[in-house]
Ligand binder design. Structure first.
Ligand code: ADP
Ligand code: MG
Ligand code: ZN
Length: 484
């Protein structure tokens, strides 16, 4: 039996997060009436001249800088010639050599070990339109053309063939998505097609230097889809080779429902796109100060921020990962923390409330943190009310439910519903004495040395007080009574 290793390279398209398209003033808004978002330039009328949206180039450069790329201060646009009905010009404006960014890298962590993946390039290009073959569930026997997406700016990132498993590809894309979301250069929303990934997969006997024959898989629209498609493809290729068959260089499609790849077209003869310099656009000339300016706009990136959260706020790896998984959650946390007087004393409790209670609410109600009915200021208030003993953790959950439901202020809820924690010793002593009389069994156990038995009595006091007794005081008082 031959032992095979897999070799994977990715081509990732990300829609650049600009308000208007790359060469005209049309909006990039998603989901508008078909063809309402078009003009003479993006519908490719003869005689029109494209003008570059500077913001689109800036986004690509920023992304490149964040991934340690060399920025090519002189790069040009090229025409890539091909006919396809979703692109009326019959060519795409893209970049060939040199691209805006060359030779970058991104490190991923696999089973606790860091692995650096080299990235060949990032270039700037325009998107094509979309062919529509069904309306709702009705399949058409003709094609409709929607040019709303034509001319939307894309950045295409191409990796070296240095990924060696479905998990590594998954990690790479998750990490990339995370960073780009922090940079806000693309929304990377895969469901809306704002991040698309083509996957190249080959296998070779372990120890062999030359690469095997590669297959390119298109049409994958989720991160788990990428992982599943690669895993399927590796197995398929192994089967072909071990049964004495031959692989061909081809493009395959991922069928998400059937969970398999299917051949789309052979790629044995490479297409000649006849690239030539785009005559309607001038070459780029970037100055050092322009690039330095963009460098300064790069925010703290997720991995650095996570390390800082662990170090400065005493969070666990797990909680810090959750909080930095998107910039908006991390910002929410730090903004809430700013409302708290004693950051050191409250950082962990606040982090736990966000990663457990608030997160659970978002999952159930299917809303995202940007729409959170609980403002960071109100959550901070809740945490400080727990810390100063006004309410117990248990009561806080009741208050929190109402905060989430009605977007209200925790202090107001506590006042209205009389939920203030009982810390009056005389009241608690009375409740404790009652509870002791009603818990003969637990008291007997306690006296015979089983100190844990006190838990049942504490529970009874909490029940009597409707959860409002200060649990720490209850514990102390019970101990005192029982030990004398
Ligand atoms: P194309 O334009 O035909 O897709 P590229 O040269 O742009 O070709 O390469 C595309 C991707 O294929 C790159 O991500 C590269 O890392 C990857 N790749 C190249 N050779 C192999 C191989 N033998 N196995 C897996 N991936 C490969
Ligand atoms: Mg390709
Ligand atoms: Zn337009």
């Amino acid at each position: 039996m031959v032992n095979y290793e897999s070799v994977i390279g990715l081509e990732v398209h990300m829609q650049i997060n600009t308000k208007s398209k790359i060469f005209c003033e049309c909006s990039t808004q998603f989901g508008l009436e078909p063809n309402s978002n078009t003009c003479v330039i993006c519908t490719s009328q003869p005689g029109t001249i494209p003008i570059l949206n500077k913001k689109a180039a800036e986004a690509v450069i920023k992304t490149g800088l964040a991934l340690s790329f060399n920025i090519n201060k002189e790069s040009i646009f090229a025409r890539k010639q091909y006919f396809y009905p979703d692109s009326p010009k019959n060519y795409q404006i893209t970049q060939s050599d040199p691209p805006l960014c060359s030779k970058g890298k991104l490190s991923i962590v696999i089973k606790g070990e860091e692995k650096v993946i080299n990235i060949t390039r990032i270039h700037l290009e325009e998107d094509a339109g979309k062919l529509v073959h069904e309306i709702g569930s009705r399949k058409l026997d003709y094609s409709l053309l929607d040019l709303n997406r034509a001319g939307v700016g894309l950045m295409e990132l191409v990796t070296e063939p240095e990924l060696n498993s479905p998990e590594e590809a998954f990690e790479f894309l998750s990490e990339l998505k995370n960073i780009v979301e922090y940079l806000e250069t693309s929304e990377c929303n895969m469901e809306e097609g704002k991040m698309r990934c083509d996957v190249n997969v080959s296998i070779r006997p372990v120890g062999q230097k030359e690469y095997g024959i590669r297959v390119e898989i298109k049409n994958i629209n989720s991160l788990s889809g990428v992982r599943d498609a690669i895993a399927y493809e590796i197995e398929r290729q192994k089967k072909v080779l071990t049964s004495g068959g031959k692989l061909i260089q081809e493009t395959r499609l991922w069928e998400a429902e059937e969970k398999m790849t299917k051949s789309m077209r052979s790629k044995e003869r490479a297409l000649d796109y006849r690239y030539f310099p785009e005559p309607d656009l001038v070459p780029f000339e970037l100055t050092d100060s322009f690039i330095e300016g963009l460098c300064k706009e790069i925010p703290e990136l997720p991995r650095t921020r996570k390390a800082r959260f662990i170090k400065d706020y005493g969070l666990t790896e797990y909680t810090a990962s959750y909080l930095t998984s998107t910039k908006i959650v991390a910002d929410y946390y730090e903004e809430a923390l700013n409302y708290l007087k004693d950051k050191k004393a409250s950082s962990k409790l606040l982090a736990n409330w966000i990663s457990t209670e608030l997160n659970a609410k978002f999952n159930v109600s299917k809303i995202s943190i940007s729409e959170s009915p609980v403002s960071c200021q109100n959550l901070a208030k809740l945490v400080s009310l727990i810390l100063d003993g006004t309410i117990s953790g248990k009561i806080a959950k009741i208050v929190f439910d109402e905060m989430f439901e009605k977007s209200s202020d925790p202090e107001k809820i506590i006042k209205e519903r009389g939920l203030v924690q009982i810390s009056d010793k005389l009241i608690i002593v009375k409740m404790c004495e009652e509870a002791i009389l009603e818990s003969t069994k637990a008291v007997r156990e306690f006296k015979s040395g089983k100190e844990k038995a006190i838990g049942a009595i504490v529970g009874l006091v909490m029940k009597k007080s409707k959860g409002q007794a200060n649990p720490q005081l209850v514990n102390e008082i019970l101990m005192k009574i029982l030990k004398t």
